[in-house]
Design a protein around this ligand. Structure first.
Ligand code: NAI
Length: 323
């Protein structure tokens, strides 16, 4: 088989090369886009990460490809309908980062609640021990609104309970057994927005979750709440987030994902990129470059599962198929 990997660094390649010995392997640093699709012209199997854009046009340019395996949980960068039309099977890596992303979510939350970056800058840059302006708040006793109670959301809820937080959850599917075990109710979105001190997003991005927080409902947020997004930027209408931060509806935000991050990474200029850059520049915002997944354990699990995905597809028994 001819297998082409996009978005791979040199350190990712050894393990894959050993595990898939006997196949023709090609590794590229580049993302898979219209401009680079020619690199996969002969590929039976293509593997990418999240920065590639597998639109119907790009999928149409993959001549021989029968299988795409993304080394991520999210698969919103792949046009599944176009893949299906071409008879291409698509897999992902579910669950590798459930604890990894949940831990990172609390990292962002604690940075916001205890002003960790400002406190560090006070001492490092100003050599000052003054506590002026650094008073934070306890998570204990606060209400965490969790959007999405899948694998990551459940780990966030477990951690929230250990911190002594109250939890409210919003999800299209209610896991009543888990809710009873952990002691939290499912509520509708307006109630979650109105009652939560901290909002945290763990929904996948799909047609049903596009701009789930938007200009129409951002005003429902409890005045002075905080927001954390480690899921996908497109879940939130950036202009609504900017407005809420500017008028104090939101006191702060921790963002590992941005709505136009792919364009921004490619150095493109657009209104959407400008809005993201405005968000990043706000002092009450902590923004990181989509790094929540990036722990040693998670990276190892991504490699292992991707190797297993490819081996299973070649054996005629594809696994982790998304459709
Ligand atoms: P999951 O599939 O286990 O859970 C998703 C939950 O969302 C499910 O409970 C589902 O019922 C709910 N849901 C789906 N569509 C919905 C809709 N239209 N309305 C309401 N609820 C809906 O996913 P998991 O593993 O918890 O991951 C969540 C997301 O986190 C991923 O899709 C990915 O985008 C993001 N992620 C981000 C990472 C990062 O590095 N920042 C790393 C890994 C995942």
């Amino acid at each position: 088989m001819h297998i082409t990997f996009f978005e791979t660094a040199a350190e990712d390649q050894d393990e894959i090369t050993k595990a898939l010995a006997g196949h023709t392997l090609q590794f590229h640093n580049e993302t898979l886009t219209k401009a680079t699709a020619g690199l996969a012209a002969d590929a039976d199997i293509v593997s990418t990460f999240i920065n590639s854009e597998l639109s119907s046009e790009v999928i149409g340019m993959l001549g021989a490809t029968k299988y795409i395996t993304t080394r991520s949980t999210g698969f919103d960068h792949i046009d599944l309908a176009a893949a299906k039309t071409k008879g291409i099977t698509v897999s992902n890596v579910p669950g590798y980062g459930s604890r990894t992303v949940a831990e990172y979510t609390f990292g962002l939350m604690l940075c916001l609640s205890r002003k960790l970056f400002a406190a560090n800058a006070r001492l490092r840059n100003e050599k000052s021990f003054s506590l002026d302006g650094l008073v934070g708040f306890d998570l204990a006793g606060k209400t965490l609104g969790v959007l999405g109670t899948g694998r990551i959301g459940k780990n966030v809820i477990t951690a929230a309970k250990a911190f002594g937080m109250n939890v409210l959850a919003y999800d299209a599917y209610h896991d009543d057994a888990f809710a009873a075990q952990m002691g939290f109710p499912y509520v509708d979105l307006p109630a979650l927005l109105a009652q939560s001190d901290v909002l945290t997003f763990h929904l996948p991005y799909n047609q049903g979750t596009h701009h789930v927080l938007n200009m129409g409902n951002v005003g429902l947020i409890k005045k002075g709440a905080y927001l954390v997004n480690t899921a996908r930027g497109e879940l939130i209408e950036t202009k609504a987030l900017l407005a809420a931060l500017r008028d104090g509806t939101l006191a702060g935000a921790g963002l590992d994902v941005l709505e136009a991050e792919r364009s921004a990474k490619n150095g493109e200029a657009s209104e959407a990129v400008a809005d993201d850059l405005a968000l990043i520049a706000m002092p009450q915002v902590i923004a990181t470059p989509h790094v929540a997944f990036y722990s040693e354990g998670a990276v190892e699990q991504i490699s292992q599962t991707t190797i297993q995905n490819i081996t299973a597809f070649i054996a005629g028994t594809p696994q982790n198929v998304v459709d």
